[in-house]
Design a binder for this molecule. Structure first.
Ligand SMILES: NC(=O)c1ccc[n+]([C@@H]2O[C@H](COP(=O)([O-])OP(=O)(O)OC[C@H]3O[C@@H](n4cnc5c(N)ncnc54)[C@H](O)[C@@H]3O)[C@@H](O)[C@H]2O)c1
Length: 419
């Protein structure tokens, strides 16, 4: 099989939009994935990623995009690794997919090729983990092939930025590696930012997500204290956010989810602990506070019921929106899981409604999906995600009482309480 221009390895939330943008810019692109379901779906013109439509996939195919299983894929000039970097059973980094993608590339690598890691990981992953695997090809990084790290900054569901408008950060093993990666990304994005080296680019991504994790923890903890002190946290946030400098708005919620915010700071904490023997206290504390939010939500549900003479162990509790964020059909690390599990443990019957995941009923949870016209048949509802498709005033009207964990319903709505 002839060589391809660009091989995007891992066709998920990160890889597919990159492949789409590269095709749009006229590059010859293959997509490489270990999942037959993913590859067959894309070949049939079906997208499994929210931000890419079926029509877009069909256009990509028409323009020569080829989704392939790893065994069938040819060599390429540019390889971009976009595979998952989850946590292992010990809570530390699991780089299995990065290693196996690297080994796959090493078997095909040719002189002059460029390899870029986009998967989020701790500083040193590109040089200490990926480089030795690639060098099993017999080629030497920085001399025979280029190696770079460029973190993906995609935010699924966000419509205010496109792939093109989000600046791309790039660090190289050598200045020539960096320049090769800059040359690759320059047609795809308006701005490419370079870092001094690989580790700075890797750390930039962890800094972005740890910053977010910590600030969410700050408002989550503040929300709990504001409730005790009878202060409206949402009003305070609205007021603080009017400052034109020095403040960025973060909002409380039922807990953090997704593939990035709950996981990336763990990579950082683990790395710091391993290299310095010290605990990254901010990371640890934020983790603790955010992980306690599902318990807090359940305690607020219990209080709302008690105020109405009801108890949790006989209640029917409806969870509205079970994805990890609004407008995305993705339930990875969703706070809906621990909340549903805790409610069941307390004896409550858990109903769920989510138009993005209408059949959501994981085998390890006792939850019953209900249609929109049946949402009134509960004792209390909890708005976990405010999807755009929710008609919130109608929902608030239909349920007896509602805990709004997103602060989106007017405070004046009858029976509505904010987190
Ligand atoms: N999802 C986000 O919002 C986001 C944002 C920025 C960065 N990231 C990071 O990007 C990386 C990818 O995340 P994602 O959300 O796209 O994951 P994903 O699970 O949506 O997609 C990953 C894809 O890689 C495939 N895959 C797994 N192992 C493979 C291998 N060895 N070879 C080829 N394909 C393989 C999987 O089948 C899957 O289709 C992670 O490191 C993540 O932390 C994610």
């Amino acid at each position: 099989m002839a060589g391809a221009g660009v091989a995007v390895i891992g066709l998920g939330y990160v890889g597919l939009p990159l492949a789409a943008r590269a095709v749009e810019c006229g590059l010859t692109v293959i997509g490489v994935d270990v999942s037959r379901v993913v590859v067959d779906g894309l070949r049939a013109g079906r997208s499994h990623v929210d931000d890419i439509s079926d029509a877009q996939v069909q256009r990509m195919l028409d323009q020569g995009f080829r989704p392939l299983l790893t065994d069938d894929a040819p060599t390429a000039d540019v390889h971009v690794i976009c595979v998952p970097t989850p946590l292992g059973a010990d809570g530390g980094p699991d780089l299995t997919a990065v290693r196996s993608a690297g080994a796959w590339i090493a078997r095909k690598l040719k002189p002059g090729a460029l390899v870029i890691l986009e998967s989020t990981s701790y500083p040193g992953t590109t040089e200490d983990v990926l480089l030795p695997i690639l060098q099993e090809s017999g080629l030497q990084g920085g001399r025979d092939f280029h190696l770079a790290f460029s973190p993906e900054r995609i935010d699924p569901g966000r419509s205010t930025h496109s792939y093109r408008t989000v600046p791309k950060v790039v660090g190289g093993l050598t200045p020539a590696c960096r320049d090769a990666a800059v040359a690759f990304y320059s047609p795809l994005v308006d701005t490419v930012i370079t870092t001094r080296g690989l580790r700075e680019a890797e750390m930039a991504k962890l800094l972005e997500n740890t910053y977010r994790h910590i600030n969410i923890a700050l408002v989550n903890e503040m929300a709990r204290f504001c409730d005790l002190l009878d202060i409206d946290i949402w009003d305070a946030i609205d007021a603080a956010a009017t400052k034109p400098f020095g403040f960025q708005r973060f909002e409380p919620g039922p807990g953090v989810g997704g593939h990035c915010i709950p996981i990336d700071p763990q990579y950082l904490g683990h790395y710091v602990q391993e290299r310095t023997g010290e605990q990254f206290r901010f990371v640890h504390l934020a983790q603790e506070i955010n992980a306690a939010m599902p318990d807090y939500v359940v305690s607020r549900v219990e209080r709302m019921l008690q105020e109405r003479g009801r108890s949790l162990n006989t209640a029917r509790v409806l969870l509205l929106g079970v994805t990890y964020k609004a407008d995305v059909a993705d339930d990875r690390e969703t706070p809906a899981r621990p909340i549903a599990a805790l409610l069941t443990e307390c004896g409550a019957q858990v109903l769920v409604h989510d138009p993005l995941l209408p059949e959501w009923s994981p085998p390890d949870l006792e939850v019953t999906p209900v249609a929109i016209d049946a949402i009134g048949d509960c004792d209390v509802a909890v708005l976990l995600q405010a999807h755009r498709t929710f008609d919130l005033p109608v929902i608030a009207e239909a349920v007896p009482v509602l805990l709004d964990t997103r602060g989106v319903l007017p405070r004046t709505s009858a029976g509505v309480e904010r987190l």
